[in-house]
Design a protein around this ligand. Structure first.
Ligand SMILES: Nc1nc2c(ncn2[C@@H]2O[C@H](COP(=O)(O)OP(=O)(O)OP(=O)(O)O)[C@@H](O)[C@H]2O)c(=O)[nH]1
Ligand SMILES: [Mg+2]
Length: 362
């Protein structure tokens, strides 16, 4: 999974990036290159740490998410921000989900390019930028196809079909609607759209970057999260500072500041939800590990994540749930309680399933 962090100049992108990836990129200076920071965020799934305590494995592997820190965006050339085109567009197309950070903190030390703090205005501006980028791309392609489809070439039939799809997409975008809302009539249409990796076809997680004083019960942070389901409110500056503390001190600091969950936990949860991703676990003395799959994936698909040999030679999956394990106390007790299941290829893996694949790998 790859997330791209975008937002206005000086909205706190790099601070958030550092906080969730443990990075130490300089903050407070306009970054010019698109996606120049690539970092890895560990998904702090508390259930996996509990499994580590139970199994005491030699190797421990939480799920990871790639994060890209982008340059500040804004329409036109004002304020040190960039329009989405060229290399920036290319890099942004590659991400699975967009994390849009919106400034909600007040600070005289950090000038806002539009000279006032207004989260919903900024959110609207960035969303329009994404839409304009898709619109520009679609328009260019449609204009080209309109000419090309009149010529009796080898690809004429294909061109006509693609044109028909893209004209529908164009109409949607001209109406100010994201490509996400496009309902493909068939697989071909889906393919035409997927090929573009449209920005407004991507899921988005909105992060409200609030001030230190806005955290905790009844604060602006809580209010924004409640008003905008699926969003995350946090203080990127503080999270970055916490991220730089030794691990043992972090929990105390978070509690002191009235922060229930670290930024990476919140962000990962919402990104997984937006993308329909879930985790399953493999456990043992050798290794405890989390794997990321899509909700609805079957046991044989999950096995393939671990190793292609395990999907090819799949015999069955031995499955119990994390909750069953915790309730029973240990694996033996799970078996004694009759909760140990043998599942076939078509079994739909559930979030927090503990899976052991039996396969013929010769
Ligand atoms: N008071 C306060 N300042 C913040 C917060 N988040 C970020 N800042 C400050 O805002 C400035 C910009 O932060 P960055 O993380 O560099 O922002 P950015 O979005 O990466 O900026 P560009 O890459 O230049 O567009 C820095 O001085 C940060 O310390 C916050 O929650 N509260
Ligand atoms: Mg930055």
């Amino acid at each position: 999974m790859k997330l791209g962090i975008i937002g206005f100049p000086a909205s706190g992108k790099t601070s958030l990036f550092n906080a969730v990836t443990g990075g130490a990129q300089p903050v407070g200076q306009y970054s010019n290159q698109p996606g120049q920071h690539l970092g890895i965020m560990t998904v702090p799934d508390a259930r996996l740490w509990k499994l580590r305590d139970m199994y005491k494995p030699k190797s421990f592997k939480p799920a990871v998410v790639d994060c890209l820190d982008f340059t500040g965006l804004i329409s036109g050339s004002g304020g040190g921000g960039k329009e989405i085109k060229g290399e920036l567009l290319g890099k942004l197309r590659e991400v699975d989900a967009i994390v849009q950070i919106v400034r909600a903190f007040e600070s005289d030390d950090v000038p806002h390019v539009l000279e006032s703090v207004d989260p919903l205005r900024d959110f609207g501006e960035i969303d329009s930028e994404l839409l304009f980028a898709d619109l520009a791309q679609t328009t260019t392609r449609v204009e080209k196809l309109r000419v090309q489809a009149t010529k009796p070439t080898k690809t004429q039939e294909q061109d006509k079909k693609e044109l028909a799809t893209l004209e529908k997409v164009l109409a949607l975008l001209e109406d100010g609607k994201p490509v996400r809302q496009f309902k493909p009539a068939n697989e071909d249409e889906q393919k035409h759209v997927d090929a573009f990796q449209f920005l407004t076809d991507k899921e988005q997680v909105v992060v409200f970057n609030v001030g230190e004083g806005d955290l905790g019960p009844g604060g602006k942070g809580e209010e924004l999260e409640a008003k905008h389901p699926g969003s995350v409110a946090l203080c990127a500056k503080l999270e970055m500072e916490i991220g730089q503390l030794p691990e043992a001190e972090r929990a105390v600091f978070l509690a002191d500041m009235g922060i229930k969950e670290a930024a990476s936990a919140k962000l990962a949860r919402q990104a997984f939800a937006a993308l329909g991703s879930i985790a399953f676990f493999t456990v043992g003395e050798d290794e405890v590990r989390a794997w990321t799959i899509q909700r609805g994936d079957t046991a044989v698909v999950a096995a393939g994540k671990i190793h292609t040999d395990l999907s090819k030679g799949f015999i069955r999956a031995e499955v119990f749930s994390y909750e069953e394990l915790i309730a029973a106390g240990d694996e033996k007790a799970v078996k004694a309680a009759g909760k140990f299941r043998l599942e076939g290829k078509e079994y739909v893996v559930q979030d927090a399933d503990i899976v052991h694949v039996r396969a013929n790998t010769r």
